[in-house]
Design a protein around this ligand. Structure first.
Ligand code: ADP
Length: 444
């Protein structure tokens, strides 16, 4: 709600998100996560299922063979290296592939296999011999649409006659040409234009309608209404599927408006804890002191991989320059970079080519880099009222209970910030020990 509010105010003022440092760009984060993710995110929770018809049997599958897919599609799945359905796919795929088709609302955090699931559904329902759009997928941005298209191309590698088309601004279709591709992926505005104004897509022939990243979608002015206008023109037998990584009330209300008679599948997000993290603080006089303290523990932190958080972009830049001048190899993940540049920095870090990453909240929000074992708060996270920002502290340092590794956290604290640290300690009911930076042996 809060980010929606900021968004609408931003729109009124005509300001771009980049100029408001605390606004998280949901679409950019989502894209970043896709660009750097190579494998499934695990979850220790059970999948919750709410069937539209609770009396009908509930099927789940443990293998892809059980789904009786077309041979070429099964080959595509194996070529992608998938051995078995993910947790969410076990439940979702039988519903998505059922005859007659069933509608579905599914929520699970990013990386749990939603995209692969609906791409599979689209590819299995498409008739390659019919040369007109049969599957329509709405995405919040051009880049996210492209990512989904890439999955269609990889999974559909052996479905030779199936093709994808992008309904995005800038993709000009000459007048009088027909769209012959079977799968169309696009942003709501352009899709609406192609359907109603330009009549390039006949919505009555669509068999599968996918609304992806619903939470990001409703974050953009106009997209919810445009999506609903598109959905209203679809035939009643069209299968309708909606996906979201989060499920606040606003997403839920939208989902219920747009998907008639849905089955609902949810996979709760893994919670973060500080249980496996040893937390320390170093008391410092000023920024220079903090820097010195950081240098003193530097040898220790580069044993693993570390992320150093600063409160502002300027601080992050300053710290990067200082460290580089002292001969330390660090890289800066900054909000000024494009998503592609950020993705490549994170990728290098993940590959272990870079050991230390310096960044700000905004950049790192929602991005999980699993193998980070050491986190340094060069500045404590605070909100506008200069109170501790507990949520951000947890996001930076916390790890998920079952899958997270043990970790170390260091807080560089100016003396006057000590009360904030104590509040954090109380809030999480976990101890943060003082460390003498001259004596790294204290770290167990
Ligand atoms: P989401 O849409 O929920 O973010 P994706 O479908 O993009 O998740 O899947 C996340 C990652 O896991 C991708 O790299 C994808 O290729 C991979 N993946 C998806 N399903 C499977 C599976 N059944 N087995 C192995 N990897 C999978």
């Amino acid at each position: 709600h809060f980010s929606n509010l900021i968004h609408s105010q931003k729109n009124l003022l005509g300001i771009k998100s980049a100029t408001i440092p605390n606004v998280v760009d949901l679409a950019a984060n989502s894209l970043l996560n896709k660009l750097i993710r190579q494998s499934l995110v695990e979850s220790s929770h059970r999948v919750e299922v709410l069937q539209k018809d609770p009396s009908s049997p509930l099927y789940s599958v443990k293998t892809f063979e059980e789904l009786r897919l077309k041979e070429e599609l099964l080959k595509g799945i194996y070529a992608m290296g998938f051995n078995r359905p993910s947790k969410i796919q076990e439940m979702a795929l039988p519903m998505m592939l059922a005859h007659p088709p069933q509608n579905l609302i599914a929520q699970s955090q990013s990386g749990t296999g939603k995209t692969a699931a609906f791409v599979l559904a689209m590819l299995s329902r498409v008739n390659a011999l019919k040369l007109f759009p049969q599957c329509l997928c709405l995405a919040p941005t051009y880049e996210l649409a492209l990512q989904t298209g890439r999955v269609v191309e990889r999974m559909g590698k052996f479905c030779v006659d199936v093709q994808v088309m992008y309904a995005i601004r800038g993709n000009q279709i000459p007048r009088g040409t027909d769209v012959t591709k079977q799968i169309v992926i696009g942003t709501p505005g352009t899709v609406l234009d192609w359907c109603f104004k330009r009549k390039l897509i006949d919505l009555t022939k669509i068999r599968v309608f996918v609304l992806d990243e619903a939470d990001v979608m409703i974050d953009t002015q106009g997209f919810a209404d445009q999506s609903i206008r598109i959905q209203r023109a679809l035939p009643s037998e069209c299968q309708m599927l909606l996906f979201s990584a989060t499920f606040e009330d606003s997403v839920w209300q939208f989902a219920e408006r747009i998907i008639p008679d849905p089955n609902v599948i949810k996979l709760r997000k893994e919670e973060l804890t500080l249980n496996n993290i040893r937390q320390y603080y170093v008391l410092c006089g000023n920024r220079k002191d903090k820097y010195q303290a950081l240098c003193n523990i530097y040898g220790g932190i580069t044993i693993g991989q570390a992320i150093i958080f600063c409160q502002t972009r300027r601080n992050a830049k300053w710290l990067t320059v200082e460290m580089m001048q002292d001969g330390h190899q660090v890289s800066l993940l900054s909000g000024e970079l494009t998503v592609d540049q950020r993705a490549s920095i994170i990728q290098r870090f993940r590959d272990g080519k870079e050991k230390v990453l310096i960044t700000t909240n905004v950049c790192a929000r929602g991005i999980d880099v699993k193998q980070v074992t050491i986190v340094v708060n060069f500045d404590l996270p605070v909100n506008q009222a200069e109170e501790p920002d507990y949520e951000t502290y947890l996001h930076r340092i916390g790890r998920t209970g079952r899958f997270g590794k043990k970790g170390l956290a260091f807080n560089m604290i100016e003396v006057d910030k000590l009360p904030l640290l104590m509040k954090i300690q109380d809030h999480f009911n976990s101890s943060i020990k003082q460390l003498d930076p001259e004596d790294m042996d204290e770290i167990e």
